[in-house]
Ligand binder design. Sequence first.
Ligand SMILES: [Zn+2]
Length: 125
Amino acid sequence: MLKREKRLERKIARERIDKLFQMMEEMKNKDYELARRYVELARRIAMKYRIKLPKEYKLKFCKKCLYPYKEGKFRVRIAKSRVIITCLNCGYTKRVPIRPIRKKIDERDKKRKVKILPQRVSQRC
Ligand SMILES: [Zn+2]
């Protein structure tokens, strides 16, 4: 059996997700149903190849009904130091903290880098 090139697969998947979101942006004011379908496909690809959708993409559609946010279809309010985005299709509210706690994640990243950095032990002759 051929060995799967997972790294390459993920790279292609990422490119496809980018393309789908790009198409979604162009389509959302022309064909809303089709734009929703693009979001659905992009999300499925992300799940299949276990890619995290970038934050900016996540803010572009409703997590529940998958319709992209467009003029007149969502409401943004600020309350208790978070941004509250309400989808006017299904009523789902997304809450985004204004000051996300990033400390823990940064520390984890640092540890990871240290692990990768040490150079390989030079080969014996
Ligand atoms: Zn919704």
